[in-house]
Design a protein around this ligand. Structure first.
Ligand code: MN
Length: 713
């Protein structure tokens, strides 16, 4: 078991000025609260937090992180409460330990490979302090190192999860040694046969292999030296896991893999890289199709290097990478520029700064000098535009930030969205406007009889939810025109002593539907509601076509003619429905510019009223419908006005002149004179719209002795 003194010494090495008391205190506290607990290995539990702290010290982290590492399991596995931990070690450490605890509670077990990227992002998004992730990685590394004490199936699950989630995170944070160790242990546990084959072959050929690496290095150094190229040559065995990946991707047997070693040449400048490439190709014959120029065309994650495969000194394939020191640094630190390079968008400078910082955090300790800056920088939001939430089955959904349970419901299925009545987040009821947070477990409550609300359009964030809600409203409007059309037909048929409902089911109606070119009876009725055809046109199809036909027809034509003359009350459209039969309320006489509301009458289309007309206020809301004015209509609209004035000779003529000079027609006039020498005029005039009316009213007001002019009705 690692000793606490070793850990403190290692931290002191990198943080000479830091007060390391906190590590000792954390150690004593952790030992006390974990006392009596035992690992599967039989060791006291304390060995685990100690090893984790040791790994964090190897990562050159600060004293706070190492102390948090010692305490990382106390909230989850002991009786210690967050309050107590905060009192003992302060807010910073409490924040980190709580973060680690939160991550370990994520319902991971159902993870699938296709969800891996979402899970990785979720983990990172939840860890608002990068040290939480680093502790989680150290925790996982030690658990992997002691995996042999677990049962076979548990080892496999943990190993797969490590490959899917933790190794890639370590790689992106640039902690390559952790990535590699995690992969090797996971590979060993998942594919033991392949692993041991590789191991035995490499140990058998070890002496030979090392001699080979030395020889090749020698050749390369000599060649570069002759050209006066300053360089460093590295030769190494590839990791078992990377060899295995190659076997899989190229469908090879292990015995067919020759290049289990790899070489790298690091130089000062880019021209030197190309020069070195030329020299290598002169020395050994290149396999052309294997050459990749990632300097000229960097990978999306900013990785740069020249890759070539040549036929080496013994006729074997040999992989060589050529790059500058700068490229080496980027490749090693993984500068998760990878993340900042999101979906082809230009690199976010802040984000790449963050990653440069993480890289420094991992590699150097210089940045610890200013504690304020340090604390500010470890708080990160890596994915500011997204949230990651779980379904109750542990599936992850990625949604835009500020998305709501309604967005979530539609992302599951349109039906779930359309029937969504409420939501539970982490087991508690929330409002449908609740803003989802990363890590939330969301459960949608549905009910068959609960329609989507137009209101939802004001807060949903996803395109899918928005378009599905709109679509639903449209269908609703069609249903409304069917109701309307049915009522119009009912009434008109009754007038002709016909029963619409009975006829609707008849064979003849089928022919009528066809006659008008519709597909279904419903379409026919809806089109009556839309005003595309009249009930009379349908009735005609049911009347006898005998000798009397001619007369009947002419009568009908007259009726239809009247209806048609009445019908084109232009100026208004019913929202979502074309060409519906529209009339204006006689009570309030709306004119363009007025706020208006439609009312679905029983059998006579839609009547338009002014919004505050007492008659519309009395109607039932289900029959009310949105209507709006059409902008450019040539039509004029009647409106009633009332004028109060003192009487005088020529008053009426002056008022009438002021009305008609505005090109408003007077269609009706009444006056009432009283004993006290005042007079009341009531005019019905036609105007274009409310502006026009205003002009008329203000001109009439200018007439001598007129006291008051106003619109009535
Ligand atoms: Mn742990």
């Amino acid at each position: 078991m690692i000793r606490i003194n070793d850990i403190v010494e290692r931290v002191a090495e990198h943080n000479p000025d830091e007060n390391l008391d906190i590590i000792d205190r954390a150690y004593i506290y952790s030992a006390r609260v974990h006392d009596g607990q035992v690992r599967l290995s039989g060791e006291p539990y304390l060995s685990h937090p100690l090893e984790v702290a040791g790994i964090l010290a190897d990562m050159k982290l600060d004293a706070q992180s190492v102390a948090a590492g010692l305490l990382h399991d106390v909230i989850e596995d002991t009786h210690v409460t967050p309050e107590e931990l905060g009192d003992m070690f302060g807010k910073e450490i409490l924040h980190i330990v709580s973060g680690v605890t939160k991550l370990s509670k994520l319902p991971f077990q159902t993870s699938q490979a296709r969800q891996a990227e979402s899970l990785r992002k979720m983990l990172l998004a939840m860890a608002d302090d990068i040290r939480v992730i680093l502790i989680k990685l150290a925790d996982r590394l030690h658990n992997m190192r002691t995996l042999q004490f677990h049962k076979d199936d548990k080892r496999k699950i943990t190993s797969q999860e490590t490959l899917d989630i933790y190794a890639p995170i370590a790689a992106r944070l640039g902690i390559y040694w952790i990535k590699q160790e995690l992969e090797e242990i996971a590979f060993m546990n998942l594919h033991y046969t392949e692993y041991s084959k590789m191991k035995s072959r490499i140990s058998k050929e070890k002496e030979e292999g090392e001699k080979y690496i030395k020889t090749v290095k020698g050749y390369i150094e000599k060649k570069m030296g002759e050209a006066n190229l300053k360089c460093m040559v590295l030769g190494r065995y590839k990791s078992f896991y990377s060899i295995y990946q190659k076997m899989i991707s190229q469908d090879l047997e292990f015995k067919d893999i020759y290049d289990i070693t790899a070489f790298r040449i690091i130089l000062d400048t880019i021209p030197h890289c190309y020069e070195a490439l030329g020299l290598l190709h002169a020395l050994w014959k290149p396999i052309d199709i294997k050459f990749k120029d990632y300097i000229g065309r960097p990978k999306p994650n900013m990785y740069q290097s020249l890759h070539t495969t040549v036929i080496g000194p013994y006729g074997e394939r040999m992989e060589i990478q050529i790059r500058t020191w700068e490229m080496e640094k980027v490749a090693k630190s993984g500068i998760a520029a990878h993340w900042s390079y999101k979906e082809g968008k230009p690199i976010d400078e802040d984000l790449s700064k963050t990653f440069t910082w993480i890289q420094n955090l991992v590699e150097e300790q210089e940045n610890f000098r200013d504690p304020a800056e340090f604390l500010e920088s470890v708080r990160i939001d890596l994915f500011p535009d997204e949230v990651y939430v779980f379904t109750p089955h542990g599936e992850i959904k990625s949604l835009p930030k500020m998305a709501t349970p309604v967005d979530f419901a539609y992302s599951i299925h349109t039906e779930v969205g359309n029937q969504c009545t409420g939501a539970k987040v982490n087991g508690r009821m929330v409002s449908l406007r609740y803003e989802l947070e990363t890590g939330d477990i969301v459960e949608i409550i549905t009910s068959k009889n609960h329609p989507p609300s137009k209101d939802w359009l004001t807060f949903v964030k996803t395109v899918k939810a928005r378009s599905r809600i709109r679509q639903w409203i449209k269908i609703q409007e069609k249903e409304r025109s069917i109701t309307l059309g049915r009522e119009m037909c009912d009434k008109a048929f009754r007038k002709h002593r016909l029963n619409f409902n009975t006829l609707l089911k008849s064979e003849e109606m089928g022919k009528v539907v066809e006659h008008f070119g519709f597909k279904t009876r419903e379409d026919l009725i809806a089109n009556v509601g839309y005003g595309k055809i009249t009930p009379l046109q349908i009735i005609r199809q049911f009347l006898p076509k005998s000798g009397a036909e001619k007369d009947d027809e002419s009568i009908f034509n007259k009726i239809i003619g009247r209806v048609r003359k009445k019908k084109p009350k232009g100026g208004v459209v019913v929202k979502g429905i074309d060409d519906v039969l529209v009339k204006f309320g006689k009570c309030c006489k709306p004119v363009p510019g007025d706020l208006i509301k439609g009312y679905i009458t029983r059998g006579f289309g839609v009547t338009v009223h002014r919004l505050h007309c007492v008659n519309i206020l009395k109607t039932s809301p289900e029959r009310q419908i949105e209507v709006e004015w059409i902008r450019d209509t040539a039509e004029k609209f009647p409106v009633k006005i009332h004028i109060h004035s003192y009487d005088r000779v020529g008053l009426l003529a002056d008022v009438a002149a002021n009305i008609s000079k505005n090109e408003a027609n007077i269609i009706n006039a009444n006056s009432k004179t009283s004993e006290n020498k005042t007079v009341e005029f009531f005019f019905t005039i036609t105007v274009e719209d409310t502006d026009h009316l205003e002009r008329v009213l203000s001109d009439v007001k200018k007439v001598k002795l007129v006291q008051e002019v106003k619109r009535i009705g």
